[in-house]
Structure formats: C-alpha cells, structure tokens
Design a binder for this molecule. Structure first.
Ligand code: PHE
Length: 447
C-alpha cells in the first residue's frame, strides 16, 4: 500500500494546524462577538470554553485521524466498519463545502481591501462614505468574484502541491509572518491615546454580564475558531507520524489560537475606543470602522495594508485546511489523483461562492428560512453542523473506542505520559456531549 503523506517536521505540523485554527474567526469574528457580548465577561468564558471543550474535541479528532490514517469519512469506516458512524464524517465533508462557500467570499474582500490600501482608495473622509463603498463593492456582481477567483486559485495551487510542499511550507512561512504583523499592530494600537479604555473593555470582566447568551456565543465561537467538529483535525491528524505527541500538539494549537484572538482584541479595541467608536459594531467592525481609524492615523494606508495582509494570510491558511478536508476525501475514497480531486473541489467551491457573493447584491432577496445564502451557510455550519459534529466525535471516541486503544494511541504506546487521561475520557463521555447538546438545543430554539 502507498504510504500516507505526513508532515515533515514537528514545527511544520504545528504551524499547519495553527494555520487552520487561526483565521477570520480570530481576527474578524472574535472581536465582533466580544464587542457584542460585553468584552471582558465574554473573554473569560471564551477562554474556558476553548481550553476545555475545544481542546477535548481537537484531541479526539487527532486520535481518529492518526489511528485510522484516513480522510474524515474513511476514518470512521476504518475505526467502526459497517456502522452509521461514517455519517459524522459526511457531516464534516458537507460542512467543509458550505464553509468554503461563504468563507471564501470574506477572504476575497480582504484582497480588495489590500488593493484599496495600496491604491489609496480607502482615503474617504467619513465612516458613512466607507460604509457606502463597502456596500457598493460587496453588492457588485463581478468585482468580488474576481477576488474570490484569485483567492481560490492560490488555495488550489497550495493544496495541489501536497501536504509537505504545499500546506506545510505555506504555513511555516505565513504563520510566523502573521505573528510578527499582529505584534507590530498591537504595539501601534496600545500607543494610541485612550488605548487604556479599550484594554479595560477587553480585560476587565463585569461578571454580571455573564448570562446564557454570553456562554453560548463563547462556546460556538470556540468550536469555529479551533476548526473542530467537521473533520479538519481528523484529516490533519492522519498526516501526523506515529512519534508526534498529540496531547502536547493540541495544547499548543489551542493556546496559540487563543493568543491570536486576544492579540487581535488588543489591536482592535484600543483602536476603536481611541476614536470614540462603540465596540459593539458587529461584522462591519473590520471592513468599515478599522479603515476609518487607520485613515486618521499617520501612514494610514500602510496600517490598512498591513492589517488586511494579516487577514488574508489568516484566511488563506484556514481555507487550505477546509479545502483539504474535501480533497483528501475524494482522493482517498474515490482513488482520484490529487490534481483531479483538488480541481473538483476548487471548481465546485467557486460555484458555491458565486451564489454566496451574489447574495449581497442581485440575490439579496432570495432567502431560505429568512436568511440569504451567505447567512444560511454561516448559520448552518457554525451553529448546527460543527456543534453536532463535535458532540458525536466525543461520543464516538468516549463510548465506542476501546479505552486501551485510545490510551495506547495518545501515549504513543506508553512512550509519552498523558497524566490527565482519565479526566479526558470523563470529559469525552459526559461533560462535552451534555454541554454541546445544550448549546445545540438553544441554537435550534432560535431558529
Ligand atoms: N478556524 C477557522 C477560523 O478561525 C475557521 C475554520 C473552521 C477552519 C472550520 C477550518 C474548519 O477562521
């Protein structure tokens, strides 16, 4: 049998997994959620959710991937032959396809904003004008599609180049760059007048603000942010070699992902409060409010350029991993060549993007359950498919898998220590499924 591709180095593997986790979720969605859910109160609950629930699901996914050496559907077919568990794998592949559809649209916008920063197009006087520009750009038919096409093309070639030469190399190059850019922006941001107010908003918890809405938003954000619940970490786990310390890797990935979210908060909130703007602006925060803020600072275009470059890099390494979930599935299950599999994913993904992108313009009246296609894919994946997938991944690993097999795999046959194994199993079996079902029930209630 052909040997499965693996990541070359430990650093490369951590960077690829961090690259998947760190994305628009951290830099765009996190500040948005934190802004709308009381800042410091949200942060504390979020950290708890991501460090416990995100970590547990991630480790379970790593286990499933490496133990089976298969894509997210093949993994369940291998570990639980002739059972219904493969549905969890299909749920992941379909979720990946939907996420690809809407996530690429926002990624395309980041390229437009890089272009605008370079050509000075963001030099408008008022927030209203920036909002108008944003509206007319996103509702245009061709312009967003052009950027989405370019983004898809870049993703396609990285995935085509394979696990080592494509994914690992791209992540190793881009993730450190992302950290450097983020730190430069943090330093700039905390030096702004009144920065302290923004920092207080982010770090000073007002415990009275913690209610069920805050807890549930934090949980949802946690799963989306660390890319769990849809087989992404199963697919990456299948490229780990047998000497990798999986519990350690999961801790590193989750910690770095959380760090990036906090750093993004440190960039954004002082910049917002310093200009007297309310932090609870929602999704516009990044594309309208921030360019406005940058333009009021010396070297505004440069700061915009750096920021949107950061957003593009973050989005790219995440999209690569989403693309890879489907490519690996087609490649493994249908014995397609990598080229053919990747081409099918890129073409069909782009077709879905067209529908999502047009839902900001000519298709804005086409609604299903009152949501545009863009909103629908976002809702269905982040709020239904990922929590559901995460829950079943835990139930599968906690109840179905022999604990001896689980322990042997996670400790590399007893060669590394995993002191918290019993706690991990308890979380898998009881705590995580119960809490996720509560989230899930609540989300359904909102339908
Ligand atoms: N975690 C990514 C982000 O924060 C999004 C993502 C979700 C990537 C699911 C892969 C799988 O932006």
């Amino acid at each position: 049998m052909k040997q499965r591709a693996t990541f070359n180095t430990k650093l490369g593997l951590v960077m690829a997994s961090v690259g998947s986790a760190v994305g628009l979720g951290n830099i765009w969605r996190f500040p948005c959620e934190a802004g709308e859910n009381g800042g410091g109160a949200f942060l504390i609950v979020y950290i708890l959710c991501v460090m416990v629930f995100g970590l547990v699901v991630m480790l379970a996914e790593f286990f499933i991937g490496r133990a089976s050496q298969k894509d997210s559907v093949g993994a369940f077919k291998t570990l639980a032959p002739n059972t219904m568990w493969k549905i969890v794998g299909y749920n992941g592949v379909i979720a990946a396809f939907f996420i690809l559809g809407f996530y690429s649209v926002v990624s395309g916008w980041t390229l437009e904003y890089i272009y605008q920063s370079v050509t000075g197009g963001l030099k408008t006087d008022t927030v209203e004008q920036l909002a108008e520009n944003f509206g007319s750009f996103t509702s245009d038919i061709f312009r967003p599609l052009l950027w989405i096409f370019i983004f898809t093309l870049i993703t396609h070639f990285v995935v085509l180049s394979g696990v080592k030469k494509g994914i690992e190399r791209a992540s190793k190059l881009m993730m450190p760059l992302l950290f450097v850019i983020l730190i430069i922006l943090c330093i700039r941001s905390v030096m702004l007048p009144n920065a302290i107010e923004g920092l207080e908003f982010l770090f000073k918890p007002d415990f009275d603000k913690i209610d069920s809405k805050v807890i549930l938003s934090a949980l949802g954000q946690a799963f989306f942010s660390v890319s769990v619940g849809m087989g992404c970490m199963i697919t990456y786990g299948s490229y780990f070699n047998k000497s990798i310390n999986m519990p350690g890797t999961a801790v590193s990935v989750v910690t770095l992902d959380t760090l990036v979210a906090i750093l993004a908060g440190i960039v954004i909130f002082p910049a917002v409060t310093s200009f007297g703007i309310s932090p609870s602006q929602g999704p516009k925060l990044v594309f309208i409010t921030l360019p406005n803020i940058f333009q009021q600072m010396p070297f505004g275009n440069l700061w915009s350029f750096i920021f949107f470059l950061l957003l593009t890099i973050a989005a790219l390494t995440s999209i690569i991993s989403i693309h890879e979930v489907i490519t690996a599935y087609l490649h493994d299950q249908y014995k397609m060549s990598r080229r053919k599999a990747a081409t099918i994913v890129s073409l069909s993904g782009f077709t879905l993007c067209i529908v999502c992108s047009l839902s900001f313009g000519i298709l804005s009246d086409f609604k299903i359950f009152g949501l545009t296609t863009f909103e629908l894919f976002d809702y269905v994946t982040a709020k239904l498919m990922l929590p559901l997938g995460g829950m079943f991944i835990c139930i599968f690993t906690g109840w179905f898998i022999d604990k001896k097999v689980l322990k042997a795999e996670l400790t590399n046959n007893g060669t590394i220590k995993f002191a918290l194994f019993s706690a991990f199993v308890f979380l898998l079996k009881f705590i995580v499924p119960i809490v996720i079902s509560l989230v899930f029930i609540n989300e359904l209630g909102m339908f």
